[in-house]
Write a protein that binds this ligand. Sequence first.
Ligand code: AMP
Length: 279
Amino acid sequence: MQVCSNNQQMLDVVSTWKVQGKTIAFVPTMGGLHAGHLSLVHQAKANADKVVVSIFVNPTQFGKDEDFDNYPKTLEQDLTQLEACQVDAVFTPSKEQIYPNGFKSHLKAGSLSQGLCSKSRPGHFDGVVQVVHRLFEIITPDVAIFGQKDYQQLLVIRQMVEALSLPISILSGDIVREQSGLAMSTRNQYLSGDQKELALKLYQVLIQLQQEILKTQDLNVAIHNSKAILSQDFKIEYLSVLDANTLKSITDNTSKIAILCAVFLRSTRLIDNIIFKKG
Ligand code: AMP
């Protein structure tokens, strides 16, 4: 496994593969790797000859009161896990490699970035598209894999790729959960044992809401009931039921429904979702 800490090393590796006619799958991450990230790596391996994983905590997607400084950094463990998965190359650039001389792209996220996470994290998706676009420029993958865990991000990236006509297929990876149902997340490291017990309630409420929607119970009543249960343990940022393709209200044309939520458990922000076919 080649570990490239600067752009030139990464460009050299990629250009050697291109000369050999190899296809490249790319999995961007911020490190603190868990089984959810590794499932994307396995998907990448199944979809291309070579796999690149990046580990970069991107400052431009964090708000000023967020956890950028404290974000878990576990590089050695991450590299051991990626080596065990037989990843071909890991890109671990510095901030200066991604944003040389303070250079910053002015790319803006498209319409799907509006609402949901953007409300509490203004500018977050602009930071995401800027870094992903920059990583795409360096790695020039044929395929890139993003988790459904960050559903709005997945749609925002798809929208960017389509708008810029980038020749990259975007694949989505299923959410990997703890046995308890809690969606795996690097930020789960912030939770105490007791908080982890409470956190699993989030997914249980989402499943219950899904059942109620499928039984065609009144949507507003169902959401109201779910919020009442959630608010016993969490501070709710949003709990929304939307068309999974447009992130707008459900209409007769809706084929897939998204239940999307973000909550705080004490100071830890958790997001989760369920995407399912309309009954
Ligand atoms: P992050 O390191 O949090 O930026 O995540 C990197 C990628 O892993 C993103 O595409 C996430 O959506 C994905 N991811 C994070 N958690 C999970 C999970 N529990 N299951 C599957 N994919 C995940």
